[in-house]
Every structure is written in structure tokens, then in C-alpha cells.
Design a protein around this ligand. Structure first.
Ligand code: PAF
Length: 287
């Protein structure tokens, strides 16, 4: 049976101590098939699964979608019960932040590039809540989606830099059959907007298809698809397209060969979406 804990004390009463390994799947709710895949993976690798559901105000900037972010707790609890989650931690804002935060986690330079450049402070807020969740749940492992590639890289870096005792597992992005990456924000899209949004995953596929031709070719192929989508109705308003080192999120360029992530963000109507594609760059040899 799935226990629902609204406070740290309720969670501790249920989970302290649990025999065997504990996996945490941190979420902001509005659970979809992508979250289900994370939960199922957590079940495979640990004896117990805890899912947190918390829309974290600290990681939303002014003018972002904190107020309209989907909150679907009853449906989320049904998903967790169906997936045989042991405990759901769904605190209120006052439980997570009883007093205003004096001490927070800083995402540093890695949190100021790509997604961080468009959303200043976002990654500081995200790391702060993830650190708090790690402290509250004390999991052995934590499972995150690779869809938020920079978030995952930053959490890995926080764990390594701050010597946290938790293993971080990334799980591949789950997509609709037509390529759209699953996201809680997809529910904002009208049918026409959804059609335009497909350009993000199409651009990534076009870029990945040129991985054997070097970084400039990858970016050019992806850019061509985005440029086309800017003329669609409704149009795509691209935010960034970057080719980066998966661990540092530093941009790679020129003759770089090795693993990389092609990451894209853009707005369709009022909805901002992100997506990415891991790839291995090789540079064609001169003969
Ligand atoms: O990816 C998310 O849903 C959130 O950023 C996370 C990791 C749950 C922190 O609020």
C-alpha cells in the first residue's frame, strides 16, 4: 500500500528505517508516462521507492508558470499506487520552507549557461530543493530523467562536489510515437502548437544524423529545422540551441570528438519547452 506523507514527521514515521535500499524519484507532480518509467526503473534497482511531489517555488523565476503549473495530486497518487510506490512525500510549501531560506545551494558557472542563462536562479532553486529532499528522504539512489540534461549534470556535480552519499541515476527521455518528449507542460499545448513543437525533436534528430560530420554540421542541420519552424503557424520562438559536453555543459566546437549533448529550448505560444539528444561526435578523417 502506498503511504502518503504530507510532513517530514509523517514520512519518517513510515520510512525510518526501511530495510534494504531506498530509491527516491523527485517530481513536481502532473505525473505522466515519463515519470512512470522513472518509478518502474527505481523499483527494479531498489527494495523501496519514495516519490516526492512538490512544485518548488524556488526554481521558478518572476513571470514563469509557477501559478499555472499543473497540480493534479489525486491523479498522481493513483499513478503512484498503481506503480506500487511505497511512500509519496507531498509537502506543502510551508513544510519545505518554514522560514525564508538564508542558506541555499549555488549552481555556479554550470548553472548560468544554456538553460541557466534563460532562467536565472532556476538551478540554484532546483539544487536547493533536491538537496533538502536528499536530506529528508536519505535515499541510497535517486532517479532523474535525462530530458532535463543540465539539471541531471548539475545534480551529479552537486553530489560529487559536496560528497553526498547518494547514487544518481539518469533514465532516458520517454517520447510520444511522433518524437515529442513527454513533459508535464505538454498539456498546455493546443493541437496546432503541438504540431509546431515537434520541430524541437526533429531538429535534434537532424543534428544527431550529422554526428559523423563534426560539431558545425550538427548545429547547422538542427538550426535549419528550427528556422523552418519559425515560419510555421503558430511559429516556434527558439530560445537556444547548444552542443555541449554532457558533464560540464561547456559548449563544444570545431574538431571536438566524443560524447556531447545537443540541447534545445523554445517557446510555442505561451509554453516553453526543452529537449535534448545525447550523441557521439566524430570528425571525418582526411584521406
Ligand atoms: O525535474 C523536476 O521535476 C524538478 O526540477 C525536481 C528535480 C523535482 C526538483 O524540483
Amino acid at each position: 500500500m502506498t503511504t502518503i506523507a504530507r510532513t517530514r514527521a509523517e514520512l519518517a514515521a513510515r520510512t525510518d528505517p526501511l530495510p534494504g535500499t531506498v530509491a527516491l524519484v523527485p517530481t513536481m507532480g502532473a505525473l505522466h508516462e515519463g515519470h512512470r518509467a522513472l518509478i518502474r526503473h527505481a523499483r527494479e534497482i531498489a527494495a523501496h521507492v519514495v516519490v516526492s511531489i512538490f512544485v518548488n517555488p524556488l526554481q521558478f523565476g518572476a513571470g514563469e508558470d509557477l501559478d499555472r503549473y499543473p497540480r493534479t495530486l489525486d491523479a498522481d497518487l493513483e499513478v503512484c499506487a498503481a506503480e506500487r510506490v511505497d511512500a509519496v512525500f507531498a509537502p506543502a510549501v510551508g513544510e519545505m520552507y518554514p522560514v525564508s531560506n538564508e542558506i541555499t545551494v549555488g549552481a555556479g558557472r554550470m548553472g548560468a549557461i544554456a538553460e541557466g542563462a534563460s532562467r536565472p536562479g532556476h538551478f540554484d532553486g532546483m539544487l536547493t530543493v533536491v538537496m533538502k529532499l536528499f536530506q529528508i528522504v536519505t535515499p541510497d539512489v535517486a532517479v532523474f530523467g535525462e530530458k532535463d540534461a543540465q539539471q541531471l549534470a548539475l545534480i551529479r556535480r552537486m553530489v560529487s562536489d559536496l560528497n553526498l552519499r547518494v547514487e544518481v541515476i539518469g533514465f532516458p527521455t520517454v517520447r510520444e510515437p511522433d518524437g515529442l518528449a513527454l513533459s508535464s507542460r505538454n498539456r498546455y499545448l493546443s493541437a496546432a502548437e503541438r504540431g509546431t513543437a515537434l520541430a524541437l525533436s526533429r531538429a535534434l534528430r537532424a543534428g544527431a544524423g550529422r554526428a559523423g560530420a563534426g560539431s558545425a554540421a550538427v548545429l547547422a542541420a538542427a538550426r535549419t529545422v528550427l528556422d523552418e519552424a519559425m515560419k510555421a503557424e503558430p511559429p516556434l520562438d527558439p530560445d537556444y540551441l547548444v552542443l555541449v559536453d554532457p558533464a560540464t555543459f561547456e559548449e563544444v566546437a570545431g574538431e571536438y570528438a566524443g560524447p556531447a549533448v545537443l540541447a534545445v529550448a523554445g517557446r510555442v505560444g505561451a509554453t516553453r519547452l526543452i529537449d535534448n539528444q545525447p550523441l557521439v561526435l566524430t570528425v571525418p578523417q582526411e584521406v
